[in-house]
Design a protein around this ligand. Sequence first.
Ligand code: A3P
Length: 356
Amino acid sequence: MAPKKYPHDITFVSPEEEKLIVKCIYGYLKCGTFVKVGPQRYVLPAKFRRCAEYIYNMRVRPDDTWVITFPRSGTTWTQEMVWLLQNDLDFKTAKEVPLYERFPQLIVTAQIPDLAHYLIRANFMNLANFQGLDAAIRQPSWEAIDHAPSPRFIKTHLPLSLLPPNLLDVAKVVYVARDPRDVAVSYYYLQKHIGKGIVRASFMEFWEAFRKDLLPFTPVVAHANEAWQKRNHKNLHFIFYEDLKKDLSLEVRSMCKFLGREYSDLKLSLLVDHLAFDNLKKNKTVNNNLHNDQKAQFIRKGEIGGWVEHFDEKMVVQAQEYLRTRLAKVDVRYPTIPCSVTDTDCWESEKEVTHL
Ligand code: A3P
């Protein structure tokens, strides 16, 4: 039997689910629906159907470097680090060429519904050429990347199972994970910033969609777990956002080793400085603010545990329950999530204590 060109089922979300999703996500308002893909039921814009098979069967190259993440997990930060390490610390080019051109996003064309294409072209909400969308509107991003000259740097929020099956055998891949509660807050603010006035959801509603695994690219824990299971593969470097925050210099060195690069201590200290939060936030080629006054910036607060400011008591309990159920089925463990959340016995006794 000939091998299947695309092995995953793709089905539409239900009308109730769609209602909640569109309330949370800019631009999808009445102009596109969503699908669920594969055994993990990853939520993606329906336009993903145009590129699912193409991407799954795309030719991976040995000199590719991929950065894979769930949105808002530290993608941009990691991309800039990886690109510079792979390009002889060429700060000059990094300051001149936008990150989205040096390190384009695989399915960006499918993430933007047709109506939003028009809005972006009209510079609606200061979104002129947001993330290089002018180019992505002219040619599908996956085709442009497929035909781009080597070496390629590819960013994607797709989980490993939706990417070419030989990816890890051929190319170098970096996966970044982050505490899902901080991801939820960060994801909310990005949507709010991009769709000022259009995103009607409160954070509570956004969280509702997040914990029901209804936002694009969810379920987040399954997403991370796919990479976690492969973390010992020689071509996969699995890192946590929280570790980047804890010791950036150490993580830069470990990334260097993974990429097979060597630099002097002095040069690496320049890179660490370049990647520091305050510097990256001001950096126009990285932080999406090449156009004057552009509001949809990627770099916001850069904190660990900021979620506590946004979750009321009920949401804290919901988050614990969410993490407990999702983590019960998988191996991945997050540095900021205590064992009491994942260990059933601990959790049960904690619940008893709370109820006393
Ligand atoms: P917050 O919204 O919590 O501040 P992504 O690039 O995947 O969209 O991730 C964005 C998140 O990474 C944002 O989180 C952003 O502020 C944070 N980030 C980006 N650069 C950072 C840096 N140098 N130090 C700390 N956090 C950073």
